[in-house]
Each structure stands twice: as C-alpha cells, then as structure tokens.
Ligand binder design. Structure first.
Ligand SMILES: *[C@@H]1O[C@H](CO)[C@@H](O)[C@H](O)[C@H]1NC(C)=O
Ligand SMILES: *[C@@H]1O[C@H](CO)[C@@H](O)[C@H](O)[C@H]1NC(C)=O
Ligand SMILES: *[C@@H]1O[C@H](CO)[C@@H](O)[C@H](O)[C@H]1NC(C)=O
Ligand SMILES: *[C@@H]1O[C@H](CO)[C@@H](O)[C@H](O)[C@H]1NC(C)=O
Length: 310
C-alpha cells in the first residue's frame, strides 16, 4: 500500500517535472529575422515606434534585422541602448549588435544587415562578408557560439533578396553554404530573412531552379501557407528560415518555426503600431536549451524527499 501510493505521487511529480522541463524550453533560445523597412536614424527618433520595437525584440537571443540604413550607426545605437535600459523581460539581458557594411547597387538604396544578440547567452566566433555571385546585398555571414543551446556552434546566413533576381539569389545561397561551411568546418547553417520566397516572385514551378528546395538536406521552417505580411491586402510567405545539418535540425524545438504576429497575452499592439515599424512580421525559430536534465534535477530530488516522508 505504502509503496503504491508513493509510486503514484512520484508519477505525478514526474509529470509536473516533465511539464516544467517543457516550460523551460518554451522560454528557451529564440532566433528571429525581421525586415525593418528602412530603419534610419530619423525612424529611430520616433520614440513610440522604438518602444514597440524594443518590446518585440526583447523576446530574442539573436535577431537579424534587415533593411537598416544607418551609415553612422546612430539608429542601431539608439535601439540597443533602449533594449538595454528597458525592463520588459523577466531576465534582464544585455544586447550588442554587429553590422555589415552598406550593401547595394545604387547609392540611393544601400542597406545593412544587423545581428542583435544577448551577450550573456551567445558569442560571435566568426564573421564573413560573402563576395562571390552577384547578389545585390550579399550575405554578411556570422558564426555564433552558445552554451545555452544543444548545437553550440552555428552559422547564420542572412538574405534580403533583390526583387529583380529573387530566384537566382535564393539559389546562390547554396554557394554561400559551400563557402562558409568549408571556411569554418561547420555544416550547421541557418539561412534567414526576407527572401521574397512567395507569391509572384517564386512560384511552385520556380522551385526546381532553387537548390535549397531541390536538395532535401535543407529544411524550410516557415511554411509556404504562412503570411509574413501585416496588411490584409497581401498574403505571402516572403520571410523564411531554412536550416541545414541534422545536428542543427535536432537542436530545434519541433514546430517552433513561426511568424510572430505579436499575439502576446498581455501586450497586443494595434496594427498601426506594428505598421509604424514595418509591413513585415518577424519570423522565428526556437532552439532547445542545452541542459534540460539539470533544470529537472531539483524536482527529482523533491520527488524523492516527498516519497520518503510518506
Ligand atoms: C564568450 O567568449 C568569452 C571568451 O572568448 C568567454 O569568456 C565567454 O564566457 C563567452 N560567452 C558565452 C556566452 O559563451
Ligand atoms: C562555454 O563553454 C566554453 C567551453 O567549455 C567555455 O570556454 C565558455 O566560457 C563557456 N561560456 C559560458 C558562458 O559558460
Ligand atoms: C571538421 O568537423 C568534423 C565534424 O565536426 C570533425 O570530425 C573534423 O575533425 C573537423 N575537421 C577539421 C579539419 O577540423
Ligand atoms: C545536397 O547538399 C549536400 C550538403 O549537405 C551535398 O553534400 C549533396 O551533394 C547535395 N546533393 C545534391 C544532389 O546536390
């Protein structure tokens, strides 16, 4: 009798325990890609916009920002300092940023890729500006390391594709993959950004010309049926996340690839506020945290104590 009730209680505690482990991984390591549509010092001086943006970004360990037009770095400096001064998240995090140079083919449309990252959870271990192929905004590739994730060391390849050569540019990401995976001996590579990979730019028939589609070593985390645009008039999965590498895939929380439509429970910004930032939503994916067993240990000990007291 005694043993049996003990077993039942233990079972219950194991359930609580596994739920709390899941809870821990839900608040785990998140990566996002967000097209900020002309993020300039002037735009960053709009304090309400900056406030909303900061609330969105404080959810992520790493976020790739695209279409940043900030030659002297003042806009990103304002954003990072707002992120670091805010107490939006439960854990207070310190963010840093790393930016590419201004990229583009005409002087009136030069854009930067910017990675924001939390200094306490992730380190940069390599940077590389790709120069092969004729991208309008060639990927600025960064290798990250984080003890908080199962994967530890991984490579992020950004792309904000040019509307006139979308199919070629997405296809060329395979060439970028070959170069950077060789350079760092790391095939755990994630591609992310506004690829324009949908609607009129990329049809189903076009996919046979894109190696990231034809080669099944690459997994598309954001489904074609998703809508990454804010307005009701467009319904397109422009923004994507693609992952290469079995170890990397295994390190991702299944089903966590999604469009973040800002449906937070306590904070629901109006469409106007969201559109003040961009007509795109961010896309995100979540990595498994590196030590779920460690987080479960206190509960297992508690289970044993409770059992003995019976
Ligand atoms: C980043 O690297 C430095 C040394 O290069 C190390 O001291 C620090 O703990 C690392 N941080 C993380 C988050 O891994
Ligand atoms: C992560 O692990 C590496 C190697 O074990 C270590 O050098 C580094 O300091 C660790 N970083 C953190 C933040 O614990
Ligand atoms: C490259 O990585 C593989 C797998 O991680 C490893 O077995 C191999 O020793 C590495 N090669 C070099 C040259 O570092
Ligand atoms: C697909 O990509 C992998 C890289 O993981 C490469 O080794 C393989 O040769 C590619 N397959 C084809 C058919 O190109």
């Amino acid at each position: 009798m005694r043993g049996r009730s003990c077993d039942l209680r233990l079972l219950l505690l194991f359930i609580i325990c596994s739920v709390s482990v899941r809870g821990a991984s839900v608040s785990g390591f998140r990566i996002c890609a967000y097209n900020l549509q002309n993020f300039t010092p002037e735009k960053a001086s709009n304090l309400q916009m900056l406030h909303t943006l900061t609330r969105f970004l404080s959810r992520y360990d790493i976020c790739l920002l695209q279409h940043v037009v900030d030659p002297d770095g003042t806009a990103i400096k304002a954003l990072v300092s707002k992120l670091n001064s805010a107490s939006y998240s439960y854990d207070k995090h310190i963010y840093k940023s790393v930016s590419s140079r201004a990229l583009g083919k005409s002087s009136d449309n030069m854009q930067q890729y910017v990675f924001l990252y939390r200094t306490r959870t992730v380190n940069i271990t390599g940077q590389h500006q790709y120069t092969g192929q004729s991208f309008v905004r060639p990927p600025f590739v960064v290798q990250f390391q984080s003890n908080k994730t199962e994967i530890n060391q991984f490579v992020l390849v950004p792309l904000h594709s040019d509307e006139d050569q979308v199919i070629q540019e997405i296809d060329w990401l395979y060439d970028v993959f070959e170069e950077v995976s060789r350079k760092w001996n790391n095939t755990n590579v994630m591609f992310l950004g506004d690829f324009h990979a949908s609607c009129a730019y990329v049809t189903r028939a076009n996919r046979k010309n894109i190696r990231l589609y034809t080669n099944n070593s690459f997994s598309w985390m954001i489904d074609e049926k998703e809508d990454t645009t804010v307005t009701d008039t467009t319904n397109c999965a422009y923004d994507r996340i693609v992952v290469h590498g079995q170890p990397f895939l295994r390190a991702i929380v299944p089903g966590s690839g999604q469009v973040n439509k800002f449906k937070f429970r306590r904070y629901k910004p109006s469409t106007e506020k969201v559109l003040a930032i961009s007509s795109h939503y961010p896309v995100e994916v979540q990595l498994k945290s590196s030590a779920p067993l460690l987080q479960a240990t206190p509960l297992l000990i508690l289970a044993v104590i409770v059992c003995f007291r019976l």
